[in-house]
Design a protein around this ligand. Structure first.
Ligand code: TYD
Length: 212
């Protein structure tokens, strides 16, 4: 099957992923690629409904297993309805958060067993793994401050203690260290144009895109 390229952005809250993902998609379009921008949780009408349940600040009683299964349910719909068809058509898919968010937030952050997270993720994603994962790294305190200053939506995760966000960050760094062929760790603490230039450099060096 001829398959497109699957690129994901990961990072703590407030790392600027969403802007970087959007700029990358615009640039890929200028380069002649058919590029789709999507995000998790959400990305489909069903996924957006699940997203609302996940993000409501008053859903404080949510069990970590419920939380993980909801993210996974949203992801299963997203993969089958949007991502796999776009890749099968040979397109580039850029996703703002994907399964590594569950590994980092529900696995390392909430402390769910990593083998269980892996097993359910494999099922939900039909084992679809990104070709390129860009991890935008920023110390949690700075990221959360950026969100407050930027007046962005404040969700249930943002309200977690700093220690939670620190576990998430070290989880991400561990995942990235274990698979350097897929992951690039980029420091997010600098001007967005500079960061975008590095994002483009990583993406254009990838064998699948070079081949075009
Ligand atoms: P969102 O509003 O998309 O924020 P951000 O701009 O930080 O991406 O909120 C997504 C939140 O959901 C974020 O705090 C991380 C969390 N999340 C998980 O905990 N697990 C997951 O699998 C995903 C996709 C997101």
């Amino acid at each position: 099957m001829s398959r497109g390229t699957f690129i994901t952005f990961e990072g703590p809250d407030g790392s600027g992923k969403t802007t970087q993902a959007r700029l990358l998609v615009e640039w890929l379009g200028d380069q002649g690629y058919e590029a789709l921008l999507t995000r998790e949780p959400g990305g489909t009408a069903i996924g957006d409904q699940i997203r609302n349940v996940l993000h409501r600040p008053d859903n404080v009683g949510m069990d970590p297993r419920t939380e993980f299964l909801l993210y996974s349910a949203s992801r299963a719909q997203h993969v089958s309805q949007v991502i796999l068809p776009a890749l099968a058509a040979g397109n580039v898919v850029v996703c703002d958060r994907y399964a590594d968010s569950s590994r980092a937030y529900q696995g390392y952050g909430r402390g769910l067993a990593l083998e269980m997270v892996e097993m359910i993720t494999g099922f939900a994603t039909q084992s679809l793994t990104p070709d390129i994962t860009l991890y935008l790294d920023i110390p949690p305190r700075e990221g959360l401050e950026r969100r407050v200053l930027g007046g962005e939506e404040w969700n249930r995760m943002d309200a977690e203690a700093l220690a939670f966000h620190q576990r998430v960050r070290s989880g991400y760094l561990e995942l990235a260290g274990a698979d350097p062929a897929r992951w690039s760790v980029l420091s997010a603490n600098r001007p967005l144009e500079e960061l975008q230039a590095e994002v483009r450099a990583v993406v254009s060096a990838h064998r699948k895109l070079v081949a075009k």
